[in-house]
Design a protein around this ligand. Structure first.
Ligand code: ADP
Length: 271
């Protein structure tokens, strides 16, 4: 009996020790992850100023009347430093949202006007790059969201659909309320699609199916991770479907607010 009791105490003590050790490891991991995030945020921040100077100087060079090869080189400096500045801003946004979700300024918004404004901006974006936007906006109701951030997320999907779609192609923007009562915003293109094996990875930072193509199009590999972060901060999620050779469909799913008109209606028992 005594031997058994001792054995039991030993087991309990060992379990306690393992538990404490596990906690210590978790603390260390959290600290390491925090340091990594801080470092990324610091680096991004420090890169801002030299990049601005670089671009500024190249622009002055162009304004002073550089010609021929010189002009071409300076234009390249301007373009690449713009791309890098964008990457730095995007990294900063992602690094910050690692430690805490991105700060939102949520408002109660009516879906139709927000969607038509979004469609307007998407149409301009498409026209500028020789593509055509088709909009089919059916969703009605209200939503609790930060309209600026939401627009940013959907425009990333539109930008990709234009970028990777065929030149002069059509991009479709749809909004609808699903059976389960969520808002679904869909962006569809008729581009080359995304190979099945790459699909699960495109929301990872810097993941690009075709690095060279993404670069040529001014891509940073951070668009989709940002869209995902924003949508998830709203309690929603983003999904991607693709048929190689046929096209890609990206969808933003968002929880909606109960229809106030419906909830305000008296129940039969109250009448
Ligand atoms: P990028 O800046 O490279 O566009 P993203 O994070 O926005 O970065 O997208 C990641 C990758 O997913 C892209 O490089 C591209 O390979 C692929 N991708 C995204 N959208 C589409 C699309 N509509 N059609 C085909 N490929 C796409």
């Amino acid at each position: 009996g005594v031997a058994l009791a001792y054995a039991a105490v030993r087991v309990v003590n060992e379990l306690r020790r393992l538990y404490a050790e596990q906690h210590e490891t978790a603390d260390k991991l959290a600290e390491a992850s925090r340091q990594k995030t801080d470092f990324l945020a610091d680096v991004s921040h420090e890169l801002r100023t030299p990049l601005t100077v670089l671009r500024g100087n190249a622009q002055v060079g162009l304004a002073l009347g550089a010609e021929g090869e010189q002009k071409q080189l300076l234009e390249e400096v301007v373009e690449e430093s713009k791309r890098m500045s964008r990457m730095v801003e995007e990294l900063l946004f992602l690094a910050r949202s690692d430690s805490s979700p991105p700060s939102l300024e949520p408002e109660t918004i009516s879906i139709p006007p927000v969607m038509s404004e979004l469609a307007g901006r998407a149409a301009v974006l498409a026209r500028e790059r020789g593509a055509v936007l088709e909009a089919d906006l059916r969703a009605e109701g209200t939503l609790r969201a930060d309209p600026g951030r939401l627009e940013q997320a959907v425009l990333i999907l539109i930008d990709n659909a234009i970028k990777y779609g065929p030149p002069g192609g059509t991009v479709t923007l749809r909004s609808e309320v699903t059976h389960s009562g969520e808002l679904r915003i869909t962006v569809e293109d008729r581009g080359p699609g995304i190979p099945k094996e790459d699909l699960p990875r495109i929301f990872e930072r810097f993941y690009r199916v075709d690095k060279a193509r993404s670069r040529r199009m001014g891509g940073t590999g951070l668009g989709l991770p940002i869209a995902k972060t924003i949508v998830e901060a709203h309690g929603g999620h983003v999904t991607a479907e693709s048929r190689p050779g046929k096209g890609t469909r990206m969808s933003v799913h968002l929880p909606m607010l109960e229809d106030p008109a419906k909830t305000a209606q008296p129940t039969p028992a109250q009448r």
